[in-house]
Design a protein around this ligand. Structure first.
Ligand SMILES: *Cc1c(COP(=O)(O)O)cnc(C)c1O
Length: 798
């Protein structure tokens, strides 16, 4: 947006005052931070509406193909500052709000995170929405408007305690309710034959009502819609029962219907198999497809033209019922032949696979599928037998329905024209291990689209210090063309620039240290290495490896308190699924170790452990710009891509990591000499697991690891309950599926290299600069261009 088009701070100030008075109904003298935040949001929102309408209008007028991104999760975070940045209004809004006597940070931080997702998958959907808007790719995101997002995490005695999240308790200024856009969603019932045709008579129905959020792209050139569905009862309440005085029973239908969009399932990379979850998945998918069909037919297009105007992307298999649902609509409601309907469906659908972990692959008992969605179960069987007939070479163990289960991965694969992995390594492993037979039958269907992150939020917004340095050095333009950061490369050899770069980093570290002091009561040294591992807690991500190595460091200090020790602060952040016992034990261990280490006078502040509760997008934005070291230490072959790894490297943190997910490509881009690599490769992991004694042997080969495990087993960190971690230690000796022991020594060695490298300030700075300069590839703009070219066959409207 041209500066000349921007309003003055004075104008924005008037607009805020207008909203304080007429939208919030408050006298400015009595307005609270909440009121100011709402008024500012509404003032910004007013400026989103015009480009939003313009984009929608142009899409209709120019008869453009639309992309529909179906996702059970959108981990958006806060919206105010993001919208302000993309409209070029941040500085102006700041001046305006400060002119009204309000503190900018306080107002911005008053906004609750929209936490409609668990982790990486949901955050990816949010980054992709922002990039689609930036690139002018016409489209919609479809999701669920959960009343309660991801639970809030607290620690009690070091243990994770979950409380419900309540983001909608306050007004949500970024959404527009659309009561006119509502669809009936059916469940259960039975299938009848009418005039020789199958006809589903649902036994239950709910309404899906739309709430729209505008998603504005960089410089406000384009805006798309994120349409979230909320469940409402089709029948408000039972008046007869109410009149009889049976009030609770009268309200039952309403309560039941609303349950559908009540809470986000808190399982990340595990699959719950619950009926309500299946209903949620169908609720989203059916509402989306009805909306898509309405829009398509309202434009006057034929059903055969669907693939020319509609691309539907399934974010994992959660919306994979889209295949059978679209076929049902075409066959049952529009009299199309089954095979024609299947062909059209395949041309419309794309499927993104996010994981190879067996516990994450969705499988629904045929009994449950047949009960909840009886007509879809018939269609699924029909797709499966069509595929078996059409590909007679298909091995007997391949197929959608096996062992009384519907396998959603196979269903999504067979009903899509493209299946993509999310990093080069992951895509290779999909071909090799997950779908080798289907890949052979459908060569070319599996492709790669390495994940990306939006540089607007993850650099420009989250890291003003570094952004301004970059702008002062190479100008603007990199925000929407991240490859431009390459022009920073020569400055890696410029001592003045390196100092400025490290100055920005130190500024962020001081800021974080202040926050840690205020919120956690822990004093940390901004000149220590800020070593950060933030992500969901999962065994494969190996937070355990990190804390065991931390204990080894602590032990080394205790053994030799006079020796030189490079000061470090170990940050952890992340939630465990409420039912994931081992992950919760790891959280408790980290907190127990922190209590001992942080209060140990021998350590004298040289090692600190900080684990702020309730990691979310806003905390990521606070921690990542202050990181020196990014921990990306998953067991090779297990992390599909990772996106946290990209956020850190873009912000000038060096990575200590395994050859897993997108780490492989990050290392290629930034240069092997600017990356601390350690550990087994995916192939070595598989080889190593064949040795039934691998855990025991690895422990016996490492005295430090033996010492660490011994200390934990003896209750050094849990003196009030010495046996607290017996299971964890036992598992290390006898199973260790994620090979923590086998990678322990390599990890320790790499950490020593980090210490040495950090002591060389200029050398470290050079590596950090080169990380930032070479991360252009990981912009979500590049990723979305890949989807547009290779999956959606759609062009930018800009
Ligand atoms: C980026 C992000 C993630 C994903 O992190 P990984 O390290 O890739 O697992 C998870 N949660 C939040 C809040 C994020 O911002």
């Amino acid at each position: 947006m041209k500066d000349t088009q921007l309003p003055s701070a004075e104008t924005v100030r008037e607009e805020i005052l207008h909203h304080i008075t007429f939208s919030m109904g408050k006298d400015p003298d009595h307005a609270s931070v909440y009121d100011w935040r709402m008024a500012l949001s509404l003032a910004i929102r007013d400026r989103v509406v015009a480009p939003w309408f313009a984009a929608t209008r142009r899409t209709w007028e120019e008869k453009r193909k639309r992309v529909y991104y179906l996702s059970m999760e959108f981990l958006i975070g806060r919206m105010l500052e993001d919208a302000a940045i993309n409209l070029g209004l941040r500085a102006i809004c700041r001046e305006a709000i400060e002119g009204l006597g309000q503190d900018w940070e306080t107002v911005v931080e008053n906004e609750p995170d929209a936490a409609l997702g668990n982790g990486g998958l949901g955050r990816l959907a949010a980054c992709y929405m922002e990039s689609m808007a930036t690139l002018g790719c016409p489209g919609y995101g479809y999701g669920i408007r959960y009343e309660h997002g991801l639970f809030k995490q607290r620690f009690e005695g070091g243990r994770q305690v979950e409380t419900p999240e309540d983001w909608l308790k306050q007004r949500h200024p970024w959404e527009f309710e659309r009561p006119e856009a509502a669809y009936e969603i059916g469940f259960k019932g039975h299938v009848e034959t009418l005039d020789g045709k199958p006809h589903w008579i649902p036994g239950e129905t709910v309404l899906a009502e739309a709430y729209d959020m505008p998603i504005i792209g960089w410089e406000g050139k384009w805006a798309n819609t994120l349409r979230l569905w909320s469940a409402k009862p089709t029948e408000l309440f039972d008046l007869a029962r109410f009149n009889h005085g049976d009030y609770a029973a009268a309200a039952e239908p309403e309560a039941l219907a609303r349950t559908l969009s009540r809470v986000l399932y808190p399982d990340d990379t595990t699959y719950a198999g619950k009926e309500l979850r299946l209903k949620q998945e169908y609720f989203l998918t059916s509402a989306a497809l009805q909306d898509i069909m309405r829009r398509h037919l309202a434009s006057g297009y034929t059903l055969e033209e669907l693939p020319d105007y509609v691309a539907i992307q399934m974010n994992d298999t959660h919306p994979a019922i889209a295949g059978p649902e679209l076929i049902r609509i075409l066959v049952d409601l529009h009299d199309m032949e089954f095979e024609t309907a299947l062909e059209i469906t395949m041309q419309c659908l794309g499927y993104t696979n996010h994981t190879l972990l067996p516990e994450a692959l969705e499988r629904w008992a045929t009994y449950l599928m047949g009960t909840v969605l009886p007509r879809h179960m018939q269609i699924i069987e029909k797709i499966d037998s069509w595929h078996r007939r059409t590909y007679p070479k298909r091995a007997h163990f391949v197929g959608i329905v096996k062992h009384q289960e519907v396998r959603m991965g196979e269903l999504a694969f067979i009903t899509s024209h493209k299946v993509n992995g999310v990093s080069a390594l992951h895509t290779e492993l999909i071909k090799r291990n997950l779908f080798p037979e289907l890949d052979a039958l459908h060569p070319g269907r599996i492709i790669n689209q390495t994940n990306g992150i939006t540089p607007r939020r993850w650099l420009r917004m989250a890291n003003p210090a570094l952004s301004h340095l970059i702008i002062d050095t190479i100008g603007e333009g990199w925000e929407a063309d991240l490859d431009k950061l390459r022009t920073l490369e020569p400055y890696a050899d410029d001592a003045g620039f390196r100092e400025a770069f490290m100055g920005a980093k130190r500024h962020n570290k001081v800021h974080l240290a202040e926050w840690v002091h205020e919120s956690q009561g822990i004093t940390i040294d901004p000149d220590a290495i800020f070593d950060i591992q933030v992500k969901r807690i999962h065994e494969y991500k190996r937070q355990l490896l990190n804390i065991l190595q931390t204990i080894a460091d602590w032990h080394a200090i205790r053994e030799n308190p006079q020796a030189d020790f490079q000061p470090r602060v170990k940050f952890f952040g992340g939630k465990a699924a409420p039912g994931y016992h081992t992950a919760k034990q790891i959280i408790r261990l980290i907190n127990d170790v922190a209590r001992v280490v942080n209060n140990d006078p021998y350590v004298d502040g040289r090692l600190k452990i900080v684990y702020p509760p309730n990691y979310n997008v806003s905390m990521a934005e606070r921690l990542i710009p202050a990181a020196d070291l990014s921990e990306q230490i998953s067991t090779a072959g297990k992390e599909a891509s990772g996106t946290g790894n990209m956020k850190f490297a873009l912000n000038g943190a060096l990575t200590i990591g395994t050859l897993d997910g997108a780490n492989v490509e990050i290392r290629e881009q930034v240069g092997a000499e600017n990356f601390f690599l350690f550990g087994m490769t995916a192939d070595e992991v598989m080889e190593r697991r064949r040795d039934p004694e691998h855990a025991r042997n690895a422990i016996l080969e490492s005295q430090p690891l033996q010492d660490v495990l011994q200390m934990i087993a003896e209750g050094r960190f849990s003196p009030e309950e010495p046996e607290r971690y017996h299971d964890l230690v036992h598992n290390m000796w006898h199973s260790d599926y994620f090979l923590v022991a086998s990678d322990f020594e390599a990890y320790r060695t790499a950490q020593k290299e980090v210490d040495t490298a950090f002591a060389d300030r200029a050398g470290w700075a050079k590596m950090a600069v080169l990380n930032t300069a070479r991360m252009g590839f990981f912009s979500s703009d590049r990723a979305i261009k890949g989807y547009m070219d290779e999956i959606w066959t759609t062009r930018s409207a800009l």
